[in-house]
Write a protein that binds this ligand. Structure first.
Ligand SMILES: C[S@@+](CC[C@H](N)C(=O)[O-])C[C@H]1O[C@@H](n2cnc3c(N)ncnc32)[C@H](O)[C@@H]1O
Length: 258
């Protein structure tokens, strides 16, 4: 059965020429674009997956947003972890329903959204951030996508350590992750999943050395390249430009007593 759009839901309006608009449905409001306006009331309590017509006669498709849409729509004031990385992170670190996961720093909360979706229902994300303004932004982004209850936002420099112990997974997206391996080890359960993203090979090498020093096992370093294609059946080929670099991903697992 098709999903029903409810007041308060964020939905995706896709124009016929492929423009994406994310809107939060509110009774009495209108969506405006140069392709015309659509009343929210015409969408509320209606099934998604349908065509709607603006007052100028342009077609839009009202759709349930994907996790990818929600992450890309989040407001950002930091570099974020993009869906091409977060998808792999979730599988690699076994972020499944019921898991307890720590991340730092929260930043704009893009990875937080992916983690919160992964641990739901029944799990918890503990997200640490030293800057109050960043925490406020992530708070807003999580409220927007109705995941705020899954996440505990904590304002702290993680050099002071984490409150939780025996967590299933811990992910670091901070400047010098190699400086926080002792804290990470104390919070993780033996055999848990550690991960980090760093923008340069120097930081990746420093983290690798730290992981070796702290006797983590099952170490992996990788980067993920995504090459989108033009969706024209008669001239199927990659788009002209691609994002060449976002970051290096590192994964490892701590072992009891070592
Ligand atoms: C690149 S951003 C994280 C982006 C986030 N992963 C996302 O997907 O939106 C890095 C964040 O880490 C925070 N940070 C850096 N060092 C920290 C520390 N020692 N303790 C807590 N937060 C820290 C910064 O303030 C910044 O907001």
């Amino acid at each position: 059965m098709a999903d029903l759009a409810k007041a308060g839901d964020t939905i995706l309006l896709l124009s016929q020429d492929g423009k994406r608009f994310m809107i939060r449905l509110e009774v009495g409001k209108e969506f405006h674009s140069h392709r015309g306006k659509i009343s929210h009331d015409a969408l509320i309590d209606q099934p998604l997956g349908h065509r709607v017509i603006s007052h100028l006669g342009h077609s839009f498709f009202a759709l349930k947003p994907s996790a990818h849409d929600l992450i890309m729509h989040a407001r950002r004031r930091t570099q974020i972890v993009y869906p091409k990385e977060s998808g792999y992170i979730l599988l690699k670190m076994n972020i499944v329903s019921g898991a307890r996961v720590i991340e730092a720093g929260t930043g704009s909360g893009a990875l937080t959204i992916a983690l919160a979706l992964g641990v739901s229902p029944g799990g918890r994300v503990y997200s640490y951030e030293e800057r109050a303004d960043m925490q406020a932004l992530a708070d807003r982004n999580l409220l927007q996508v109705r995941l705020r209850e899954v996440v505990e936002l904590k304002q702290r420099d993680i050099a002071q350590g984490f409150d939780e112990t025996e967590v299933d997974a811990l992910f670091l997206d901070v400047r010098e992750p190699h400086q926080y391996l002792e804290q990470a080890r104390r919070a993780l359960k033996a055999g848990g999943f550690f991960g980090a993203v760093v923008p340069t090979t120097n930081q990746a090498a420093a983290l690798l050395a730290g992981l070796e020093r702290e006797a983590f096992v099952d170490v992996e370093v990788c980067e993920i390249l995504l090459r989108p294609y033009k969706t024209v059946p008669q001239r199927l080929r990659p788009v002209d430009r691609m994002v060449a670099h976002t970051g290096y991903l590192l994964f490892a697992r701590p072992i009891a007593g070592d």
